[in-house]
Design a protein around this ligand. Structure first.
Ligand code: ATP
Ligand code: MG
Length: 414
């Protein structure tokens, strides 16, 4: 579980604000959900034999003896809230964000507390909405300047077609059981589809000859998948069909998709989702079509940090340097005057003394674009020194009005 330190939070804020703006522009509304839910909610939705429920949940008994779990993902809680508050009668476009908890082996890109922004749509059953979700995520990457993300898609079919496929896959794999890694051998009985996801090279070799789920789709799923691909083509959205892509949660059917990168090593999936039409009813609601995705914010922040992109919107426009004890009062007044006059101004004030030289060093380290200097002479003449910190130009001396004009220019261009 990580602390997010001040050198990294600007990337988080930038990411979160871009995502929020894009989701709002597409008509999605935020829902805020609790971090704790009854354990049973997750075992009933995610599935008893998934990695998450088998071994990754933080589960405990509260003082009443009720079993509670720190949420490992957001979809189950979102459906629970949707049913409880009657939100799922018409169409709903929702999103949420926050920490998720899974007791996994920590490694780069994989943590025990991590953060997701999740998006869910209820009451729309066509592939057009699957594509809307994909286009929305694509727009988020574009806005953030993230290239090199690959869209992978697959279809898991209907519950019936999937169990037909499961039987065939098991039949194929049972014969060569001894070539499977240990995890996969165990899954052969509990959750054979997850074997497709194995990172073990020998298992992957064996899977090369395995039957494909796409050859086992029922007619409706086939048609859905065909129209999905057509819509992606029509919107110039490149994709790779990956018939071995499954999800670690049981409730998915038909469309599944992931955005992946090879720039993050082994944990290369930054966003994953799909359709889960059966879940609302399974959790006690009416049958309501549902589709959603979640992006992993730690991985996206890592990508942003490794790309040239640099969020500068947190840096001060101005660092105020006050020279001499008497300048402190005048400095405090000036700082508040400028904040009144210039909404949006980011001003860091040094009112507590220090030599001119050391204050100019602090000004430079703050990342500010301008230093404003106020000393005895400036006070008496009501003139202020202005030095551009990122260029080689001479220091200017400006009146209060001219200073306001110069700073408003800095706010616009920053
Ligand atoms: P994986 O196969 O990597 O374990 P998953 O199928 O468990 O992924 P999802 O439940 O679909 O992942 O979660 C969606 C996204 O959340 C992932 O694509 C990833 O970006 C992020 N994510 C999931 N688990 C973690 C974790 N432990 N630490 C950081 N990010 C995570
Ligand atoms: Mg996982």
């Amino acid at each position: 579980m990580n602390d997010t330190l001040p050198d990294e939070t600007p990337y988080w804020q930038w990411l979160e604000s871009v995502v929020r703006d894009v989701l709002t522009a597409y008509g999605y509304a935020e829902i805020r959900l609790p971090i704790l839910e009854k354990t049973e909610l997750f075992s009933r939705s995610i599935g008893e034999v998934t990695d998450i429920v088998e071994k990754e949940m933080y589960t405990f008994l509260d003082r009443n003896g009720d079993s509670l779990t720190l949420r490992p993902e957001g979809t189950a809680g979102c459906v629970r809230a949707g049913i409880q508050h009657g939100l799922l009668r018409g169409q709903q476009r929702l999103w949420y964000q926050g920490p998720m908890f899974r007791h996994e082996r920590p490694q780069k890109g994989r943590y025990r507390q991590f953060h997701q922004i999740g998006v869910e749509v209820y009451g729309v059953d066509g592939p057009d909405i699957d594509v809307e979700l994909i286009l929305m995520s694509k727009r988020i990457w574009q806005t953030l300047g993230l290239r090199d993300l690959t869209l992978e898609i697959n279809s898991l079919g209907s519950t019936e077609s999937r169990s037909r496929y499961r039987r065939e896959l098991v039949t194929y794999l049972v014969d060569s059981q001894d070539r499977l890694d240990e995890d996969s051998r165990r899954r052969l009985e509990t959750n054979p589809l997850r074997i497709l996801d194995s990172k073990n090279p020998e298992t992957q070799n064996l899977l090369a000859g395995a039957p494909s789920i796409l050859d086992h789709l029922d007619e409706l799923s086939q048609e859905h998948f065909g129209r999905l691909k057509g819509l992606l083509d029509a919107t110039d959205t490149a994709y790779v069909v990956n018939p071995r892509m499954v999800r670690g949660l049981d409730y998915y059917g038909k469309t599944v998709f992931e955005w992946t990168t090879d720039r993050l090593g082994a944990q290369g999936t930054v966003c994953a989702g799909g359709r889960y039409d059966a879940l609302v009813q399974q959790l006690g609601g009416k049958a309501v079509a549902a589709v959603g995705f979640a992006m992993g914010l730690e991985r996206l922040v890592a990508l942003l940090r490794s790309s040239a992109a640099n969020p500068s919107h947190h840096l001060p426009h101005v660092y105020l340097v006050t020279v001499g004890a008497a300048a402190s009062d005048a400095g405090a007044r000036l700082a508040e005057f400028l904040r009144d006059r210039l909404p949006g101004l980011r001003l860091t004030a040094n009112l507590g003394g220090g030599s001119f030289r050391s204050q100019m060093k602090r000004a430079d380290r703050s990342g500010a674009e301008l230093a404003v200097v106020i000393g005895e002479q400036e006070m008496t003449q009501e003139q202020y020194g202005v030095k551009e910190l990122r260029t080689d130009t001479e220091q200017l001396t400006l009146s209060a009005d001219d200073l306001v004009a110069r700073l408003s220019q800095a706010i616009v261009t920053a």
